[in-house]
Each structure stands twice: as structure tokens, then as C-alpha cells.
Design a protein around this ligand. Structure first.
Ligand SMILES: NC(=O)c1ccc[n+]([C@@H]2O[C@H](COP(=O)([O-])OP(=O)(O)OC[C@H]3O[C@@H](n4cnc5c(N)ncnc54)[C@H](OP(=O)(O)O)[C@@H]3O)[C@@H](O)[C@H]2O)c1
Length: 292
């Protein structure tokens, strides 16, 4: 039986901060529509917004968060250092830029390196810039996105070495790895690595970008439960222990995607959604080499 979950369920990050499990994604949401979508989401009960410098809608997210009327500290805001800026200098500059974009928020809850690019020096330099932002008090928690196990191990070794040489905590605390995840892309090794260390796995494209609605196992569960495809995929993600980040600009869907706490997928339903497929959308930096 899955543990009891609700719209206000949260996860305690390795940083010590709580993050609401159900997030709201804004990739490809035009800046002009983002404030309204974020306000709609907060009205529906989301308390976690997932943006990125690359999406060009950080300021509009902050605007929506403030206009929602919900106190700032009750809504968790994530942004990401762009994939082409993964080095110490560039990441420092980008974090400063993001902080200016959302200056009304006073601080950023979570900053991720968007991709494991830049080679070893770039990745670890980018990480160092994140650690400094936490030390400066402008960012609360830090993490990575699209990291495979080889990238995670490189980072873990760096953190251990730095802690040993400079004192505990100096290497920084890894709180999150955000990767694409849904039944057709399950990435068990990465998940295992993260969950053993208390690193929260966030699921991007948790709806597989609405591309797999005709899957026979999914269709069966739709018929049996009366729930929609989207609701079943989000419930699957939550029962796996992930933090799913569904995106929508459609008010009815924004609400629909929150109605995932009044049913449970049985063990056999979860098993029927197991696949060996590797169906990714757009990009897959998790497999890129350490030299990239
Ligand atoms: N770290 C990364 O590299 C990375 C990459 C991609 C995404 N992300 C994050 O993850 C979030 C989600 O990923 P995603 O946007 O790629 O894909 P997604 O959430 O799996 O799918 C979004 C698509 O599904 C549609 N949709 C949403 N709810 C629906 C429902 N109930 N019924 C039918 N269709 C529905 C949306 O349409 P409408 O909007 O038209 O309603 C949109 O076309 C992003 O917004 C972003 O925050 C991160």
C-alpha cells in the first residue's frame, strides 16, 4: 500500500528544507502566459514552481507567485543554470541574473545545474558557484538535472574530498537530481543511486508530454479507475517516490493534475506499467560522456 499522500505532502531535502512533492512545470510556457498559469496553479493548490533561466519566464513566475496572495515562503521556487553556462564564472553570472529576475522573491529555494555539460572542470566549477550562493544566503538548496550515475559519482567524490580538506559542508549538499521519468523511461540505476542517498528524484515530462495516451496498460487502468491518463501517470510517479512536475497552460488540466490523491494504484497496476522502453523526449544528457 502506498504511503498516504496529499496535495500538501512534502519531502525533506538533504539541505533540511521541505519541498512540496507535486510541482508545476513551465517549460515552453510563453512569458506572457506564465504569470496567469502560475496564479491558476497556486489557486489549484500547487506550492512548487519549476522554471529555468532557459525558459525565459523566471520573472513571470515570480510575478504570479506574488500576485497569488499566498505568502512567499509557502511557495517553493526552482530555477536552473543554463546548459551552456556550466562553469564557475558563467554559473556565478547566471545565478546573479536569476536572482535579479526574481528579486521580489528575496531568495531562490532551489537552483540546479541544468545539464552535466562543460567537462569535469565546468561541472565542478558550476557546482562551486552553487555552493557559494548557498553560503551567501541567496539560494537555499542546490542540485543537478539530467545527471547520469557517472556524473553523480564525480560530484559525490568532489564533495567528499572538499569536505575532508576544507571541513564538513564545504563541498556542498546535493539535494535533487531532476531527470525525465515516466513508465517508458524508468532509469532504475539513477533512481537507486539517488534514493539510497536521500537525493530527491524530480520527474520531468511526467506525462511523457501527452504522447503515450494509447498505451494498452494505461488504457486498462483508465477504464478501471475512471481516472484520466494524466492522473494515472502522476500517481505512478508519486508512488515511485518522485516529485513530478507536470506542465499545463490549460486551467482545467492544471486542476485535473492535482486530483491524484483520492486513489491508489494497486501493486498489479504499478507492475502493468513497468516497461523496458527508453523513450526520451528532446534530449538525453544523462548518457553524455564525462568529457562533454
Ligand atoms: N530539466 C530538464 O531538462 C527539463 C526538460 C523538460 C521539462 N522540464 C520540466 O518538467 C516540466 C514538465 O515537462 P514537459 O513540459 O516537457 O512535459 P509534460 O508535463 O509531461 O507534458 C506537458 C504536455 O502535456 C499536456 N497536458 C498537461 N496536462 C494534461 C492533461 N491533464 N491532459 C492532457 N494533456 C495534458 C500539456 O498541454 P497544455 O499545456 O496545452 O495543457 C503539454 O502539452 C517542464 O515544464 C519543466 O518544468 C525539465
Amino acid at each position: 500500500m502506498a504511503r498516504q499522500l496529499s496535495l500538501s505532502s512534502s519531502f525533506k531535502l538533504n539541505s533540511g528544507y521541505e519541498i512540496p512533492l507535486l510541482g508545476f512545470g513551465v517549460y515552453q510556457t510563453p512569458p506572457s502566459d506564465t504569470s496567469a498559469a502560475v496564479q491558476e496553479a497556486i489557486k489549484a493548490g500547487y506550492r512548487h514552481i519549476d522554471s529555468a533561466a532557459f525558459y525565459q519566464n523566471e520573472a513571470a513566475c515570480a510575478d504570479g507567485m506574488l500576485k497569488s496572495g499566498i505568502p512567499r515562503e509557502e511557495v517553493f521556487f526552482t530555477t536552473k543554470v543554463p546548459p551552456n553556462s556550466i562553469s564557475y564564472e558563467a554559473a556565478k553570472r547566471e545565478i546573479g541574473k536569476s536572482l535579479r529576475e526574481v528579486s521580489q522573491l528575496k531568495y531562490i529555494d532551489l537552483v540546479l545545474l541544468h545539464a552535466p555539460y562543460g567537462g569535469r572542470e565546468g561541472r565542478l566549477g558550476g557546482w562551486r558557484a552553487l555552493v557559494e550562493a548557498v553560503e551567501a544566503g541567496t539560494v537555499r538548496s542546490i542540485g543537478v538535472s539530467n545527471y547520469g550515475v557517472h556524473h553523480l559519482e564525480e560530484l559525490e567524490n568532489y564533495i567528499k574530498d572538499t569536505d575532508a580538506k576544507q571541513g564538513k559542508g564545504k563541498g556542498g549538499t546535493l539535494s535533487v537530481n531532476q531527470i525525465e521519468l515516466h513508465p517508458w523511461l524508468q532509469r532504475k540505476e539513477i533512481i537507486d543511486w539517488c534514493q539510497k542517498r536521500g537525493v530527491l528524484v524530480e520527474a520531468w515530462a511526467p506525462l511523457a508530454q501527452a504522447n503515450r495516451w494509447n498505451d494498452p496498460s494505461l488504457r486498462d487502468i483508465v477504464k478501471r479507475t475512471g481516472k484520466t491518463e494524466a492522473q494515472i501517470l502522476l500517481r505512478w510517479s508519486l508512488q515511485k517516490g518522485f516529485s513530478p512536475l507536470p506542465k499545463s497552460v490549460t486551467p482545467s488540466r492544471i486542476v485535473e493534475n492535482t486530483k491524484v490523491f483520492d486513489f491508489v494504484l494497486s501493486d498489479s497496476e504499478m507492475a502493468s506499467l513497468e516497461t523496458d522502453e527508453y523513450d526520451y523526449h528532446g534530449w538525453d544528457p544523462t548518457t553524455s560522456g564525462l568529457d562533454n
